[in-house]
Design a protein around this ligand. Structure first.
Ligand code: ADP
Ligand code: MG
Length: 254
């Protein structure tokens, strides 16, 4: 039996008096692509931010590759991690946001090699060779020297994906990666993500792209009001939803 790459148990998070996550349980197994659907404000981004240690948990636990993301367990007790150790554990998790946030003064290649060299201590030659490969993987072979402003939004987002992959993450999180793109550029980013999913990357993808969920997801999770309302295969959740809230949400896409 393989261990889950991601295991979330009873995750709760409030901002002030508002509970945004009300006990989320989710397992993601190696190679699995999980698509999270849900209305705006349902807590999807907050959940991803908790996985990536950008938010602390009020209750519950999250492990990535079998290790608590924000705590150490010693003598059966949870101990908060030092900022250094948090940074170290965050390296296992790649994140791609709606806004690609590339460094504007660096070329595509420089954007990709920066963290592997600075954070992982890879040699420049090795990091560069890998960045060239990664650019080819995201369909941007030959664009090593392009600056972000010379690339379309879809190309910039694919550089951002390559940059995240350069850290060799065990888990990739995508938070509405195509929401900021012009409609004609969405397809190329989704196609890249589909290829990564087929290649066995372990991914959690928050998106409103129902067709992507249908074609790429091993499992679809529907979230509403800080809870997982239902989950299953794309056929189960998208074509045969069991809950009224899921049906109401999906009816907007018909
Ligand atoms: P989703 O990604 O599903 O649209 P979010 O996780 O972004 O939802 O937000 C869930 C709720 O939490 C929203 O009501 C949002 O306003 C609130 N929220 C998110 N982040 C913060 C924050 N840092 N402080 C206060 N409220 C927040
Ligand atoms: Mg969001």
């Amino acid at each position: 039996m393989s261990t889950a790459v991601l295991q979330a148990r009873g995750v709760r998070k409030s901002f002030g008096h508002t509970e945004v996550l009300s006990g989320i349980d989710l397992d993601v197994t190696p190679g699995e692509t999980v698509v999270v659907l849900g209305p705006s404000g349902s807590g999807k981004s907050t959940f991803l931010r908790c996985i990536n240690l950008l938010e602390s948990l009020d209750a519950g636990r999250i492990t990535v590759d079998g290790r608590d993301v924000g705590y150490d367990v010693r003598n059966g007790r949870l101990h908060e991690l030092s900022p250094n150790e948090i940074a170290r554990r965050r390296r296992d998790i790649g994140m791609v946001f709606q806004q690609f946030n590339l460094f504007p003064h660096m070329t595509a290649l420089e954007n990709i090699v920066e963290a592997p060299i600075a954070v992982l201590g890879e040699g420049r030659r090795e990091a560069t060779a890998r960045a060239v490969e990664l650019l080819a993987e995201v369909g941007l072979a030959g664009r090593e020297k392009a600056y972000p402003r010379q690339l379309s939004g879809g190309q910039q987002q694919r550089v951002a994906i390559a940059r995240a992959l350069a850290m060799r993450p065990k888990l990739m999180l995508f938070d509405e990666p195509t929401s900021a793109l012009d409609p004609e550029l969405v397809g190329e980013v989704l196609a890249t993500m589909k290829r990564l999913a087929s290649a066995g990357l372990t991914m959690v993808v928050v998106t409103h792209e129902i067709s992507f969920a249908r074609e790429a997801a091993d499992r679809v999770v529907f979230m509403d009001a800080g809870q997982v309302v239902e989950q299953g295969t794309p056929e189960q959740v998208i074509d045969n939803p069991q809950h009224e809230r899921t049906r109401a949400f999906l009816s907007r896409f018909l």
